[in-house]
Write a new protein. Sequence first.
Length: 126
Amino acid sequence: MRAIAAVVLLVAGHRNLFQYVEPPPKKVVVVKEVAKAVIVAPPVIIKLEIPPPEIPRPPKFPYRFIGRFGPNANPFAVFDGGGTIVNVRAGDVIDGKFIVRAVGIESVTIGVDGFAGMDQRLPIGM
């Protein structure tokens, strides 16, 4: 039995303290990383269209010019407002906002308070 034990020690790995032995290589574990695809959406361009400021318009004149009466030096205009007859001279105001600028032979010029330079010319019957 001693002989078997001696052989086993020699063959099985008797360790010599004075002999260099390389350690067995370590297993290298390779970890493969999967590249994550990053999807980048194209930038969204929002075009804001700013409407131009609306130009204020004078209100519509609600009367119809019937005719011109009186002397040529100081005529007056007659308007029909849906059953209401209004007689005015140049410079008078109708409904607190319509100013009669001029009374001509076949037309009248109406201005609106607060809308300088936007006078309306109304022919007879309009």
